[in-house]
Design a protein around this ligand. Structure first.
Ligand SMILES: *Cc1c(COP(=O)(O)O)cnc(C)c1O
Length: 446
């Protein structure tokens, strides 16, 4: 079967995510036959470097021997079983280990099967917690006006990106929105590295005025992914924790993208020494192999739901594939891979990626900012000085994407923000290839 045949059959039947399918007529999909490390190959041997870790999920490369082994061993015992009244070793081990890795005070683990589902679980748990405590006035949630928490209706309602949510707004619950920190175009003229976050005043005001109606504040700690890899200082999170406590609202840390070492520490909250009431983990938890998510919460939240059956306190939420055994076994092996000093190695690797990207992009007249948090380096393209953005209809980022793909690098820019978020196993040589080809793609575009 040739690549062309596969593409034709794909387009005859498949509706791809987050895509205008008409675009596929000029640019049919890259049909992957196999993966190896940071590379994806088609049946004819063409390859591209997965610089976005296949939508931020892959940590230790495609076709990883260790993860393959864990998957194979578990498949020979049990793939999946019901998770109510039943349990299994991989889930028990995973829950124990994630609690030891999470910020202190997070002790109870609820399982789901994707990031959006974890967000829904946290929103529902927080809401029901307040009801159980007799605080029925809390009915809304507070979040950033350009936050991203997934694409089911509840997750969209606490998200702020019109691209994904605007059309569905009549279906959504009303929530409160606060402008997020914007360090590149800082209205206060501060520098990210030395900042006392005066921008927190918007959040502070909203929590003071509406905090008592709010169940929780949900944020992506330190790095707002889909908003364009926007990085903000830990001081903001520390202030947010205190303000939530004063308002009696929960803090939900959505670490679905930034957890599992992406931020440089295992969880981003560590950098602010903050314990949220809910920590959401997904994406990298299985090294990019299988869908799984975890909601890690406090003993206090758990206890509020605890009681006799007839009291009606239980959290009645489930998904068919909750606690999938294959996914849990691969997640445990993913944690084993971290035991080999990967965060220390990544400190050097992250700095090397930034240096390689700077050497290709810095000084270009359309590069507004190059920023990095841990293993994520982003390049924000601008039309001109002062951070003036391109008109969206120019699809500049999309043009760079097309040209980079022709050169063997898979980027997936967020608007006009190019970013490099490769699997942790990328070699120095591959980093130079990635940054070099992406730089050529930018030159060819602008
Ligand atoms: C990807 C993502 C989600 C949604 O996860 P899905 O598995 O795609 O539903 C939620 N929050 C953040 C921060 C994400 O990056």
């Amino acid at each position: 079967m040739s690549v062309k045949d596969l593409q034709r059959r794909d387009l005859a039947r498949i509706w791809h995510p987050c895509s205008q399918m008409k675009d596929y007529e000029a640019h049919p999909p890259f049909v992957v036959d196999r993966g190896e490390g940071v590379w994806l190959y088609d049946v004819e041997g063409r390859r591209c470097l997965d610089a976005v870790s296949s939508w931020w999920v892959n940590l230790f490369g495609h076709n990883n021997d260790r993860l393959n082994g864990a998957l194979r061993r578990q498949a020979e015992k049990l793939a999946h079983c019901i998770f109510s009244d039943f349990s299994h070793g991989p889930a028990i081990e995973l829950a124990e280990r994630i609690v030891t890795l999470a910020p202190p005070g997070l002790e109870r683990v609820f399982f789901a099967d994707n990031g959006s589902a974890a967000v829904e679980v946290a929103l529902k748990m927080s809401f029901q917690y307040h009801r159980l405590r007799g605080d029925a006035g809390r009915k809304t949630f507070l979040s950033f006006s350009d936050g991203y928490h997934g694409e089911t209706l509840g997750a969209l309602a606490v998200g702020g990106l019109g691209l994904y949510g605007a059309v569905f707004s009549p279906l959504m619950m009303e929530t409160l929105k606060v402008p997020s920190p914007d360090c590149f175009r800082c209205p206060y003229g501060r520098k990210r590295e030395a900042c006392d976050v005066p921008c927190f005043e918007a959040m502070e005001r909203c929590l003071a005025e509406r905090g008592r109606e709010s169940c929780a504040v949900i944020v992506e700690p330190l790095l707002q992914g889909a908003a364009g890899m926007k990085v903000y200082p830990p001081a903001y999170l520390a202030k947010l924790r205190r303000a939530c406590d004063e308002a009696g609202a929960h803090l939900i840390a959505d670490e679905i993208a930034v957890g599992m070492g992406r931020s440089g520490t295992f969880f981003a909250c560590e950098q602010a020494a903050v314990t949220p009431d809910f920590l959401l983990v997904s994406k990298g938890i299985t090294g990019g192999y299988l869908p799984l998510s975890l909601v890690v919460t406090t003993e206090e939240v758990y206890r509020a739901f605890y009681g006799d059956y007839n009291e009606g306190r239980a959290f009645l939420h489930s998904h068919s594939y909750t606690g999938n055994a294959l996914a849990c076994a691969v997640a445990c092996e993913t944690l084993n891979l971290f035991d080999e000093g990967i965060l220390e190695v990544n400190r050097v690797r992250g700095a090397f990626i930034e240096e390689a990207v700077r050497s290709r992009f810095e000084g270009h007249r359309h590069v507004g900012e190059i920023r990095r948090l841990g293993m994520v380096t982003a390049v924000e393209l601008v039309e001109g000085p002062g951070g003036k953005a391109f008109d969206r209809s120019c699809r500049v980022g999309h043009s760079v994407y097309r040209r980079a793909l022709e050169r063997g690098v898979l980027l997936r820019p967020l608007g006009d923000v190019l970013y490099f978020m490769p699997p942790y196993v990328i070699s120095d040589e591959e980093v130079l290839f990635m940054a070099g080809r992406a730089g050529e793609a930018l030159e060819a575009t602008l």
